[in-house]
Ligand binder design. Sequence first.
Ligand SMILES: [Zn+2]
Length: 94
Amino acid sequence: MITQGLIFKKNPLYEKCPSCSLTGTLRKSRPRKTVEKIVRTLTPYGPYRCKKCGWRGYRSRLVLTTQSVKNGILYLLMVAFSAFIVYQILKRFV
Ligand SMILES: [Zn+2]
């Protein structure tokens, strides 16, 4: 797992909206699709929605420092691999 101190938690609720650039308009969005639930569980990303312009997308809840980029890439590869496996399994049953 990633060493403590190399990764910081942040709150996307205080970030700028990527669409209308307003601050404080993002709200947590309840995952609607199974895919969104999987993304939320396996990655630091969660679904968010802008209450002003209606933008909807994923925001990271963690910030990586430069020292942790290597660890982060490894972690993301593992996450991507897990997500790929889950996707393959889901595809078979849906
Ligand atoms: Zn917006």
